[in-house]
Design a protein around this ligand. Structure first.
Ligand code: BV8
Ligand code: ZN
Length: 271
């Protein structure tokens, strides 16, 4: 059970703040049926992170790594955004100073944003919703649905099923013929410097950093809330369990994202 006073306090802080940073991890997608990394049913359970999410693993066995990412792409492709994704999307659409930084590569935040923007179109509008850049999630670790060429580095959207029966059937670059890789950031790889700069700037200027559904173990993502706190902002956490970030949070609300975020991010009724 979570503490109602804590929730009310957190809601008031979020309602009165302009510059808000939301940092999400795999837990925000758990209620959509996407397995987390380190939970009991976690993705890592049947695999070791270093066995799959590293450049060395891809070098050693691209077939196994593509098999895992192909399975995840199929598994995630069948999932829908949940109420937490929707609440976050509505916030970033209505508040130009709210930014979303995600560690997730499942694309559910982007789907929720398109759906929220379409709801705001008047019925007659046929134009695709206009998604302002600032409302788009800052994706620290890339995307399951994009591939990158190991030869010429070209990046392409890629939602196709992966035929990982042999190295010969793995995806290849249409331009140079080299093997493609998932366009995600693996352990030991640096994050895109421009993306990291944007995320760091959001963390340093945020009045409130709301951390949702991350075990707080992976850096440099996990160090962002500390930047908010060190710059005089407040950290709030939503997670069924405590994490290394709990101790720097003003409030750490034990609960599920899909259950808590709609009310935490609700627009205050005009008083
Ligand atoms: C880099 C790939 C340097 C894509 C991933 C500093 C200190 C310590 C270590 C390091 C450091 N700097 C670098 C490191 C090493 C490493 C690292 O952090 N290791 C950790 C494990 C100790 N970091 C790196 O290697 C990073 N690179 O810094 O390189 C560098 C610099 C310049 C040039 C060259 C090199 C790269 C990190 C990126 C790794 N890639 N994924 C993919 O396959 O997905 S990380 C992987 O873990 C995922 O991206 C995932 O997002 C991420 C974090 O996991 P979480 O999202 O937190 O998920 P998890 O399952 O752990 O937790 C879920 C949480 O949700 C739980 O707390 C649970 O209680 C909660 N939950 C469950 N249900 C719900 C819920 N919450 C709310 N509601 C619910 N319903
Ligand atoms: Zn190429």
């Amino acid at each position: 059970m979570h503490d109602q006073d804590e929730i009310d306090h957190a809601r008031r802080l979020l309602a009165s703040a302009r510059r808000i940073l939301i940092l999400t991890g795999a837990g925000v997608s758990a209620e959509s049926g996407v397995p987390t990394f380190r939970g009991p049913e976690g993705l890592w359970k049947s695999h070791r992170p270093e066995a799959l999410a590293t450049p060395e693993a891809f070098q050693a066995d691209p077939r196994l790594v593509w098999e895992w990412y192909g399975w995840r792409r199929e598994r995630v492709g069948a999932c829908r955004p949940n109420a937490a994704h929707a609440a976050i999307a509505r916030l970033t659409l209505r508040n130009p100073d709210a930014r979303l930084v995600t560690q997730n590569v499942d694309g559910l935040h982007e789907l929720a944003l398109e759906e929220a923007a379409s709801e705001e179109l008047s019925p007659g509008d046929s134009a695709a919703p206009n998604l302002p850049h600032r409302a788009l999630p800052i994706r620290l670790h890339g995307s399951l649905f994009r591939a990158r060429c190991t030869g010429c580095d070209v990046r392409t959207p890629d939602r196709a099923p992966v035929d990982a029966t042999s190295e010969a059937t793995l995806p290849r670059c249409g331009k140079c013929g080299a093997m493609l890789r998932p366009d995600v950031v693996w352990f030991g790889e640096g994050l895109d410097p421009e993306i990291l700069r944007e995320a760091t700037e959001s963390a340093e200027t945020a009045e409130v950093c709301l951390v949702v559904g991350t075990s707080g173990l992976v850096h440099p993502a996990a160090s962002l809330p500390l930047l908010t706190k060190e710059s005089g902002g407040v950290v709030l956490e939503v997670n069924p369990e405590s994490t290394p970030l709990t101790e720097i949070a003003l409030a750490s609300i034990r609960g599920r994202a899909g259950q808590l975020l709609p009310s935490l991010l609700a627009v205050e009724a005009e008083s």
